[in-house]
Each structure stands twice: as C-alpha cells, then as structure tokens.
Design a protein around this ligand. Structure first.
Ligand SMILES: *Cc1c(COP(=O)(O)O)cnc(C)c1O
Length: 402
C-alpha cells in the first residue's frame, strides 16, 4: 500500500451527520402519511423544541437565516436603522440587517471566546446612537461558548433595544448569570435563532427555529413565515381548517416541512446524546493536544457550558515555519479536513467597500483570525478518528517547528 492509499483509508471528514433508524422511520412515516408540508409534525417539533430550551414559543422555519430575518422584521427594523453585529460571525448574521436597508455596525470580539466584546459593544452603541437610530444587538455564540449575556442584556436595557441571539451553534449551551444561575441560550432575550443546517448540533438538512417568550413576536414571526396570511391559515387545506384567509402583510415563504419536522423531532430526541459525545471529543482533544506548544486549544470558561459545535484552535505562528493555509493543506495530506471560522466580516469586500470599516478598529479579530483552525468534531467521531487528527497535528507541528 502506498502512502496515498493509507491516507485515503484513514481520512477524517470535517463533519459527518448522525442519522439513524429513528430518523429514517420518522421521515418514512411522514412520506406515507399524505401530509408533507407544515403540519402536525412541525407543530410537535416546535413544542418539544420550546420545552428543551425553556422558551414559551418556537416557530419552525426553513433556516436560521430566515429566523434572524423574521426576528428583525418582528421588532420593526426599518431602512437607515442600525444593529450591533459581531465581526466574528457567519455571513447570515449581518446580511439579514441589510435585507431592511439597515446598517450592521460591526463590533470586535473578546480574545478568549471570539464572541462579541461587551466593552466594544458599549462604545459602538454610543457612537451609533449619536449618528442615527440603534434598534437591536445580535450576539452570536461562537462555536458553542456563549457570549456574556448579562452584559448584552444590560446593554439592551441601557439603550432600550432588544437582544436577538444568533444561536446557530448552540444546542444546548448554558452560561451562569451574575446570580449564579445556569441560564440556557435564549434566556432573557427577545428572541433566539437556531440552525438545523447539515452540520449543526442537530439537523433537518436545512432548517431553523426562532424562540421567544413574547407572544406578539411569536405571532408576527409565524404569520410572516407564511406570506403574511392571517393566523391558522397554514391548516387551511385540512377539512377542519378554514378556506378563508386574509393577507395582512407582504410576508415570506419560510415555513418548515413536516418531512423536516419529523427529522427534527427525532434529532432533538438525540440532542443530549450528541452533546455528550461532542463534549467527550472536546475533552479528548484538550487532553491530547495540551502539550503541543505550537497550537492553543480552546478552554471552557468556568461560567459556560459549551455546545462544542466547533473545536476552534489557534496556531502559534511564531513557533511554526508554516502559515495557517499550509497547515490546513498538510492536514488534508494526512486525510483530515479542517475549516476556518471565520474571516471577520469587516475584511470581506462587501462590508469593507459599502461601509469602509477601518481594519484598525478591530485589532482582536485581525490578530486572531490568521491563526484559527477548526478541527473535525461531530458526535459519531470515533476514538480512532480523534487519534488520527491528534497524531497529524503533532507530526505537522514537529516537522515545521520554528
Ligand atoms: C450556520 C449559521 C447561520 C445560518 O444558518 P442557516 O440555517 O444555514 O441559515 C447563522 N449564523 C451562524 C453563526 C451560523 O454558523
């Protein structure tokens, strides 16, 4: 066997979804049941999901991006408004602000967690308010470790703006508040938006959920998720449903299908199992990579319980003769797919050119992002796969020591 064959046989993907018999049976039942789009299964998914994160209401949608869009619509975001958005996040968190012709005010991150930095958020909020209406803050929980929600809620209260969480990475996650209570993601915020994209904590292929404790927000999001039709219109084709509906606003088409809803119910039933598996892999990585001086592994803050959606490491580039791109290529040569989360938004051409964000205003993200490498982590990852990744990291670091 030549080396290429060995590498091919020992390859580790960045992510492998865990879809088993429970999911197949649930989906098959829907396919055979004659009701494919939004219906009872989606309703059940919403109810179970709300209970699992301790929210009063949950609206199932076809993506987290849709959830973020509808949450901002429900708070009445308008052209010219401003929203505080972390610079270390995925495209979706900022683009939804642009959907309204509003401005995402990018804020630098904390070095430790890569989540929105509260102090930077305060000064950005003051500057923003001086130049126009500031309407919301959109913290994101990077990799599964939660942002400082006490600080986010204090900021929200001080500036009179809602906190909407981009919770795409967190099912579940907890942060201890000032009173010492463990609070789940979404607690105390106007809304939280979850993703069921293929590689998220649970998946429906594509899908999302907006949770809230505010009935008016829930009603608005539900209505706008289906063309702005008056309530209960979704079951208008059922015999007990009404044929009559009214269009009360120009809505969107963001509803989740029952095929996906069934997948969601089955996945949600396994979310604790998935979480424990990711936690175990994270602690194996931390143990086995802690003495590799060329790489820094993420610590879990004592006041956080991370979902461990990502295992985002940082290279000590000063201790290596190679850069991050070369490191990732060498991992690929060892059969391992890595990723980077993310190039900060202020460096992307659209945001740079549209708003002229000055790179020097974002020293933390600028310094950290060239060092970031996300290693594979997923519930079905075997000990052998962890060992393959660890030994590749060790080998690459040893061979390229500065
Ligand atoms: C994946 C992701 C989203 C978007 O989720 P979709 O369900 O694909 O729309 C939003 N924010 C963050 C931080 C993400 O990682």
């Amino acid at each position: 066997m030549n080396n290429a064959t060995v590498a091919a046989q020992r390859s580790v993907p960045f992510f492998r979804p865990s879809v088993g018999e429970a999911e197949k049976t649930a989906v098959l039942k829907v396919l055979e049941g004659g009701w494919l789009t939004t219906g009872k299964k989606t309703k059940e998914f919403e109810e179970r999901f709300a209970a699992s994160v301790g929210a009063k209401y949950a609206v199932a949608l076809n993506s987290c991006t849709a959830a973020l869009h509808l949450a901002l619509e429900a708070i009445g975001l308008a052209p010219g408004d401003q929203v505080l958005v972390p610079n270390m996040t995925f495209a979706a968190t900022a683009e939804v602000v642009r959907y309204f012709g509003a401005k995402p005010v990018l804020v630098d991150c904390e070095a430790e967690t890569l989540c929105l930095d509260p102090q930077q958020a305060y000064s950005a909020a003051r500057r923003a308010q001086a130049s126009g209406p500031l309407k919301a803050i959109l913290p994101m929980h990077y990799g599964g470790q939660m942002a400082d929600m006490d600080a986010m809620h204090a900021l929200g209260a001080e500036f009179g703006i809602p906190v909407i969480e981009d919770a795409a990475h967190t099912l579940p996650a907890y942060r201890r508040d000032a009173a010492g209570e463990w609070r789940p993601v979404g607690h105390g915020s106007s809304a939280a938006c979850f993703s069921f994209y293929a590689n998220k904590c649970i998946t429906t292929g594509e899908g999302g959920m907006a949770t809230t404790n505010d009935e008016a927000l829930a009603d608005r999001m539900r209505m706008m998720s289906l063309h702005g039709l008056s309530r209960s219109a979704w079951n208008r084709f059922e015999s007990k449903g009404s044929w009559y509906y009214e269009i009360v606003a120009p809505g969107f088409k963001y509803n989740l299908t029952d095929v996906a809803g069934a997948l969601g119910v089955a996945q949600l039933g396994r979310s604790e199992e998935f979480w424990q598996a990711r936690r175990r892999i994270a602690s194996l990585y931390r143990e086995q990579l802690s003495e590799v001086a060329e790489i820094e592994v993420p610590a879990e803050r004592e006041d956080c319980q991370s979902s461990w959606h990502l295992f985002s490491t940082r290279l000590h580039l000063d201790r290596l003769t190679i850069d991050r791109a070369r490191f990732i290529e060498e991992m690929k040569e060892h059969g391992i797919t890595c990723s980077v989360h993310w190039m900060p938004l202020h460096l992307h051409p659209y945001y740079r050119e549209t708003y002229g964000f000055a790179p020097e205003e974002y020293p933390v993200a600028n310094a950290l992002w060239p060092r970031l490498v996300s290693l594979p982590i997923f519930p079905s990852m075997t000990d052998e796969e962890v060992e393959i990744v660890v030994s590749a990291v060790r080998t690459i670091c040893a061979e390229n020591r500065a």
